[in-house]
Design a protein around this ligand. Sequence first.
Ligand code: ADP
Ligand code: MG
Length: 298
Amino acid sequence: MPIQILQDEVIAQIAAGEVIERPASVVKELVENALDAGAQHVRIAINGSGQRLIRVSDDGMGITADEVGLAFARHATSKLLTADDLPRIETLGFRGEALASIAAVSRVNLTTRHHNEAKGTTIRLEGGRVLDQRAVGAPAGTVLAVENLFFNTPARLKFLKAENTEKRQIASIVSRYAMAYSHVRFILEQDGREVFRANGTGQLADVLVAALGLDTFKNMIEIASESTSQAGETHIHVHGYTSLPSVQRTDRSRITLFINGRWVQDAGLSYAIVQAYHTFLMKGRYPVAVLMVSLPTD
Ligand code: ADP
Ligand code: MG
């Protein structure tokens, strides 16, 4: 074959594959957008594995009528302007790829009203193409429904994990954001049934009871770093909960870490936590821990 430049639709589908691997990736991106929009309430509804329907509703700032179409363009973001902004990013998103990627591989319905505007907008896209856009009455905030995920990428569709695996993934993503944003109310519904709720009390403890269960939480203690930084030193703050030595897990999967509200998996940090128990834990045993690390963005 001669060398050719790919068509835009093909480029979009390939790029989408890198951002959106599975239904849980859609949930992650939409929840992050809701949080970045300053939402206090986030409701997530899923049918089946999420392949057929994922709907995320928020009461965040909404999108202006002028900008609704642009939100679905690739590399379109309101969160970053120049490379100088990169070390100062405080939002979860900044790449401007999520909505474009999701729209490229599904049917999307978005209804939004910016909090400063009187009228809302609804827009419908299929495989990245806009089918319809019009003004509607709507509450301030955004509702984004993603239907028939991967309908135009049969290979992705074929390799989706079992429904229960996806459901579990989605539930653990939602509970992690609830931990990091304890002042936000989260509700997750699967097939019309509420399976997780965090009431947005601002207390991590309340979210941990909901996410881990009271039995586990009762065996955890609160930890908080003392503020010892002096002028010129980097200020790093750590707080959260970790289990008593009586709780012993056989793998480190229950160590949950956040840096500046972003969930991370980091072998070095996990190792540090396990080492902190010194001889209190047997070799090959791990605690349940949820730790929030905050540090300057740069
Ligand atoms: P990013 O989050 O990296 O900026 P996205 O593709 O996820 O990129 O979103 C594109 C833009 O659309 C965002 O920068 C934001 O301005 C707007 N947007 C997306 N979702 C929402 C939402 N739920 N509420 C308000 N604005 C949103
Ligand atoms: Mg985003």
